[in-house]
Design a protein around this ligand. Structure first.
Ligand code: MN
Ligand code: MN
Length: 283
């Protein structure tokens, strides 16, 4: 696959593909983003921020340079969402076939559709402000506003939990399909506490999970630089808790919808730290 990817690498990515446990790659695409584009710039912004984290984290007593991370760099940016999703599907498939854990840096949320096609044996946890449950948006079924709906078609009913929801159209809300995904609102998390949802999430997603983090699920106070910000979101530590809780059952992971040009630096840092939280709690 050499030559297919760009060259900037995550500093702790000290492994070659063959020996690695975790395979990072960027999916720079923001072609269907409806509001604030720029998520195609996110993969390298996360790598640059990561460079300012310690390789060691006492929370996990773990040194990430020994984690077995390979960074393939970025996929080529395709001109259409169909091509980009196909490209992600292919690369994720290769990584999974080698029994490694893909960690994809989006790009907009649409790229997750390519990844999830390789995880038909898994349940899915999504962190997102939006239900992303439109059947089609702006004439495109692969629009980033349709990700949960497409994932439901791949995985089937009662296997997906989306956490942090606070934005849904009436059309989505009133569809029968909507009940086939468990949407846990950010208000529900705030009222009941993040720990209270664990057993229900576990029952729905099972013990094999694909975990997708749309950064806008987190409150804009912590993650201001996203394509479509939405007030009243999850706390950063809520998301860290969920990542820690479910990481050992997670076989594919992504962080999407970060738009670096709107950042004060915090969103990039949080995205970089979430990668460490995922790997550190899995060790
Ligand atoms: Mn989304
Ligand atoms: Mn969203």
């Amino acid at each position: 696959m050499t030559g297919y990817f760009s060259s900037l690498k995550l500093p702790d990515a000290t492994s070659e593909f063959k020996e690695s446990r975790y395979v990072i790659f960027g999916a720079p695409f923001d072609g269907t983003s409806s509001y604030r584009k720029g998520s195609k710039l996110a993969p390298n912004a996360v790598r640059v921020a990561y460079d300012n984290l310690e390789s060691f984290d006492p929370r996990y007593s773990f040194d990430f340079s020994e984690a077995g991370i390979c960074d393939l760099g970025d996929l080529q940016e395709e001109s259409t969402v169909d091509e980009m999703v196909e490209s992600v599907e292919m690369v994720t498939g290769i990584i999974r076939k080698e029994a490694k854990i893909p960690i994809m840096l989006g790009g907009e949320h649409a790229v997750t559709v390519g990844a999830i096609r390789n995880f038909k044996d898994c349940g899915m946890i999504i962190i997102d402000a939006h239900s992303d449950f439109r059947d089609s948006y702006h004439g495109n079924r692969l629009n980033h506003a349709c990700v949960t709906r497409r994932s439901l078609e791949v995985l089937g009913p009662d296997r997906i939990v989306s956490i942090g929801t606070r934005s849904t159209s009436m059309e989505e809300y009133e569809s029968d399909e909507f009940r086939k995904v468990r949407f846990i609102t950010s208000d529900e998390v705030r009222e009941k506490g993040i720990k209270s949802i664990v057993s229900e999430v576990r029952r729905i997603v099972g013990d094999r999970i694909y975990f997708s983090i749309d950064m806008d699920g987190i409150d804009p106070a912590y993650a201001p630089a996203v394509g479509t910000p939405e007030p009243y979101g999850l706390k950063d530590t809520d998301v860290r808790f969920l990542v820690n809780e479910f990481s050992r059952n997670t076989f594919g992971f992504d962080i999407v919808e970060f738009s670096p040009q709107f950042d004060n630096g915090n969103t990039a840092m949080l995205a970089a730290k979430i990668i460490q939280d995922f790997i550190g709690s899995r060790k």
